[in-house]
Design a protein around this ligand. Structure first.
Ligand code: AVJ
Length: 323
């Protein structure tokens, strides 16, 4: 039996303040090339919309990653070894994590990190019920910020970061390198299990970000709704259009919200003008070849220990280690 954990559902809260959100939004929209950070998609509703995206036929990423996990889980956990501290960056609903937690040999603890507090607490509550012996130490934070990793009571053999979903694809080159370096520091002597989406037929990519049900469009537009609600703004959602395409020169999907008219929008007491056709860049999703990613990993000090992919080479899960 695990120890009694009545009081252990403590949240380590480093959530960014509303001021940070306002400042980043205003800064992004006052730039000559307007942009909004994609991390702000994931409030409660946004996280639910993303879960819906994951269910779409066209969105191959989640399904493929889950399949690889299922098939390779035993090889994965034997590399991670017993008594590791699993640290998940952007835990969301933790569905993929359950596969790991089911198979891991006596994990020392699990540290889910997420920016969406409600969803984090919901999934943690469910996890503690499903895994009563597991030491769950939730952290609410922007995981690219500087925060302390909580320590479990049990001794830790190694720290292993888990970063599934190809979220690394959201980072531009430099920030990706810096983030991997940050993980390398946190997990020194341990490793990183990471999901990386691969380069492929442009049409498959295009469909994944332009689904026929328009869920991705809704997800994109929800960012404006969130700004309306939280920052007292008056975006008219029907005056912006979802626009996503693959930019082969930059190896990335770019997602934009394009203004459908000349218009002015107020955010608090700040007015922003949009020309017809002007866009707000809301997300990049970089795609890698295995070689390209190995170079990036090496630049951050990691060694690629193992790579698992599906038969069509759509997606990869990689175990990187750091001495
Ligand atoms: C969460 C970063 C993996 O880039 O595919 C899905 C987010 N954006 N559809 C991605 C997303 C539009 C997603 N990641």
């Amino acid at each position: 039996m695990g120890r009694e954990k009545k009081h252990s559902l403590q949240l380590y809260d480093f959530a960014p303040e509303r001021n940070t959100f306002r400042e980043e939004v205003l800064q992004g929209l006052q730039d000559s090339r307007k942009e909004l950070p994609s991390k702000y998609f994931y409030d409660d509703v946004g996280s639910q919309l993303f879960e819906q995206i994951c269910e779409l036929d066209e969105y191959y990423l989640t399904r493929t990653e889950l399949r690889i996990m299922q098939e390779q889980i035993h090889n994965m956990v034997s590399l991670l070894g017993p008594n590791c501290l699993l640290i998940e960056y952007g835990s969301g609903s933790s569905t993929k994590t359950c596969k790991l937690l089911d198979a891991l040999q006596s994990p020392a603890g699990y540290v889910p990190i997420d920016i969406a507090k409600e969803q984090l607490m919901r999934s943690v509550t469910a996890l503690t019920t499903a895994y009563p012996a597991l030491d769950v130490l939730p952290v609410c934070a922007d995981y690219t910020s500087d925060f302390a990793i909580p320590s479990p009571t049990k001794p830790v053999s190694r720290r292993v970061a888990y970063f599934p979903g190809s979220t690394i694809g959201n980072f531009d080159r430099e920030p990706a390198l810096r983030f991997l370096q940050q993980i390398a520091k946190v997990c020194e002597g341990g490793g990183l299990l990471i999901g990386v989406d691969l380069k492929k037929d442009f049409n498959i990519l295009h469909r994944a970000y332009n689904d026929s049900q328009g869920v991705t469009a809704q997800f994109n537009l929800h960012l404006l709704m969130r700004i309306n609600q939280e920052l007292d703004a008056n975006f008219q959602l029907d005056q912006f259009g979802h626009y996503a395409f693959y930019n082969p020169g930059q190896s990335r999907i770019e997602m934009h919200l394009v203004s459908l008219t000349n218009q002015k929008v107020r955010i608090g007491d700040v007015e922003i003008s949009f020309k017809l056709g002007e866009s707000i860049w809301t997300e990049s999703s970089y795609k890698y070849t295995l070689d390209e990613f190995a170079h990036l990993a090496a630049a951050a000090g990691f060694r690629v220990e193992r790579v698992w992919t599906d038969a069509q080479q759509l997606f990869s899960i990689q175990y990187l280690t750091i001495d």
